[in-house]
Design a protein around this ligand. Structure first.
Ligand code: F3S
Length: 395
């Protein structure tokens, strides 16, 4: 792999130990994937934050890097959700021990100048890379959004490699950084109109089929951004899709379109509706409804507030979102409406990376195919996957 003189010096430790170690990770990945060289990045999204998933080993690793005063990010870098709501962990029932460890992890990232945004939707809070820019993002749903909707270029980084790239301002140039790897390999034709969780169900079905492929969707209707964050999250969780195209919608669809459709997958209404049953592990009524996977936009919060206005919830409800949305939702009065109905806005975390299994819930209701896919295995709880109005138990 070709390295510039400056990159060689970075590898040799002339810019400090943290840069040397970070370059070691980047160059090793470049060698594995036969990259020709490195490329400068403009943004990073770093995962590997929840104490539930990285444990003591991860905490020690991060504190060691953060103890080097030269370990600072060189590009705008945002952080994935943590295992707790950093302000309201006690009210939500999380233990002091877990929360203490979690706060140390977030502090370590903060010392390295990773912005402690704790959200999986960095593109909703200002980390919005431009089309064609090289980035290093490590949250699979955000990777799908950045590649597909923004037209930026990133591989599915792991937490350590995204952090290394943020510290060096560089990543190895292979995979989705190269134009030839951004073309489609399968056409997906949807022969019905989509609404609500149909986008999640579609992503789940197609992800299972295409695995790491790059599907090209032909849809009958025009989705909005919130639909696409659900579609991408589902594609990336039942499969490992990092990039997809939608005819006449996404920025690279014209370059990516195949001249002739060799492979074509057709999805119909019956298949979409079957996903509810396939992903639900029980028919029991959920005792907790968890929304916001990926983290809710302000418009999604508004919609929930509209449904809950002057109503009372019979089951608990968490609406997971970012701290940025918290302030906007409070100003708009949405938070008050949701709380008066008995629901909670939960920040910095989500139903999958929080130790929700330690609380007193048995059945979680979700309107996200990604969450439905992960909750049974990662939390050991039963799950019901359905549209929001059907999930809510109102009086
Ligand atoms: Fe985000 Fe948690 Fe879903 S990190 S994409 S809300 S599993």
């Amino acid at each position: 792999m070709h390295l510039t003189r400056q990159e060689e010096k970075m590898c040799q430790g002339e810019y400090g130990e943290s840069i040397r170690k970070s370059m070691e990770i980047i160059v090793a990945l470049g060698d594995i994937y036969q990259a020709q060289g490195l490329v400068n990045i403009t943004s990073a999204q770093v995962s590997g934050v929840s104490y539930k998933t990285i444990g003591d080993a991860g905490l020690e690793y991060l504190e060691e890097i953060a103890s080097d005063s030269k370990a600072k990010t060189r590009v705008p870098s945002t952080l994935n959700p943590a295992g707790i709501d950093l302000e309201n962990w006690e009210k939500l029932g999380f233990s002091a021990e877990f929360s203490h460890h979690q706060q140390r992890i977030v502090e370590a990232y903060g010392k390295m100048d990773v912005m402690t945004t704790c959200t999986c939707t960095p593109y909703l809070i200002g980390n919005v890379p431009l089309k064609g820019s090289h980035i290093a993002w490590s949250e699979s749903s955000a990777v799908a959004y950045a590649n597909s909707i923004l037209g930026a270029r990133t591989n599915r980084e792991g937490g350590p490699s995204a952090l290394a790239a943020a510290i060096c301002g560089k990543t190895a140039c292979y995979g989705y950084h190269l134009s030839q790897n951004r073309l489609t390999d399968l056409i997906v034709e949807v022969d019905c109109d989509l609404k609500g969780i149909d986008y999640d169900s579609l992503g789940y079905l197609v992800g299972k089929t295409v695995k790491e492929g790059r599907p090209y969707f032909k849809l009958k209707n025009r989705p909005i951004s919130d639909n696409l964050k659900g579609l991408g999250a589902a594609l990336a969780s039942s499969g490992a899709v990092a990039l997809y195209h939608i005819e006449r919608i996404t920025p690279e669809y014209q370059d990516a379109a195949p001249e002739e459709a060799e492979d074509k997958l057709i999805i119909d209404r019956e298949e979409l509706d079957s996903v509810k049953k396939e992903l639900s592990t029980t028919t029991d009524t959920p005792d907790l409804i968890c929304l916001g996977c990926p983290h809710a936009s302000l418009e999604e919060i508004r919609y929930v507030a509209e449904i809950l206005e002057n109503k009372t919830l019979k089951n608990d409800l968490w609406l997971c979102t970012s701290i940025n949305m918290k302030h906007a939702a409070a100003r708009m009065g949405y938070t008050q409406t949701i709380e008066e109905a008995g629901g909670k806005l939960v920040f910095d975390t989500c139903m999958v990376v929080a130790p929700i299994e330690e609380l007193d819930y048995k059945v979680i209701g979700v309107n996200s195919a990604k969450a439905a896919n992960y909750v049974p295995n990662l939390c050991g709880l039963e799950v019901v996957y359905d549209d929001l109005p059907s999930l809510l138990n109102l009086k």
